[in-house]
Ligand binder design. Structure first.
Ligand code: K1U
Ligand code: ZN
Length: 178
């Protein structure tokens, strides 16, 4: 049975590190990807990258269907963007590691992504719309890049300072309850 993993909240140095490639898709990697998918659905979210749960591995999961009756999950090992369109697309992004903060980010409108699936087989997907946005957002996580790194320094610092304050308050609350 899959487990729900704790999600790391920014600011945290583990969210700023580049991740390492996965050599082989072992049963342990498959079990970890199942835990990631369960964690993403539970949050709820439409994507999750391994560093968000403390593993600095090049693994992401995505499901933009938002429909529990018809899920369309992707579990990707070593995903890489191999083509982007000239055309761009603006979308108000969120992140499970930056809860309750959103900002407009402009990215290529279409991308082609190469990855290995849970059987270790190389695959490619061409995406547009929300799937393209989400894939780029999750692959960014693997380089230690957050959506706030695509907005102005002023807006980024406002969001990160607010999150730091929230984390501090939560720690004080935890200590008081212990
Ligand atoms: O990477 C993450 O933290 C997941 C993030 C993915 C994402 C959202 C929006 C644009 C780009 C990438 C989220 O899933 S935030 C939560 C969210 O968007 C959502 C949650 C429930 C239903 C629908 C959307
Ligand atoms: Zn994110």
């Amino acid at each position: 049975m899959a487990s729900i993993l704790p999600i790391i909240i920014a600011p945290d140095p583990r969210l700023k590190e580049p991740c390492v490639s996965v050599e082989r898709v072992t049963p342990e990697i498959v079990a970890f990807m199942d835990d990631m998918l369960e964690t993403m659905y539970d949050a709820p979210g439409i994507g999750l990258a391994a560093p968000q749960v403390g593993r600095l591995l090049r693994i992401i999961v995505v499901d933009v269907s938002k429909d529990p009756d018809n899920p369309q999950p992707y579990q990707m090992v070593n995903p890489e963007v191999v083509w982007t369109s000239e055309e761009t697309f603006e979308y108000e992004e969120g992140c499970l590691s930056l809860p309750e903060h959103y900002a407009e980010v402009t990215r290529p409108a279409k991308v082609r992504v190469r990855y290995r699936d849970r059987a270790g087989v190389e695959q490619e997907v061409e995406a547009q719309g929300l799937l393209a946005v989400c894939l780029q957002h999750e692959i960014d996580h693997l380089e230690g890049t957050l959506f706030v790194d695509h907005i102005s320094k002023l807006k980024r610092n406002v969001i990160l300072r607010k999150l730091q304050k929230t984390k501090k308050h939560l720690r004080i609350q935890d200590m008081a309850e212990a």
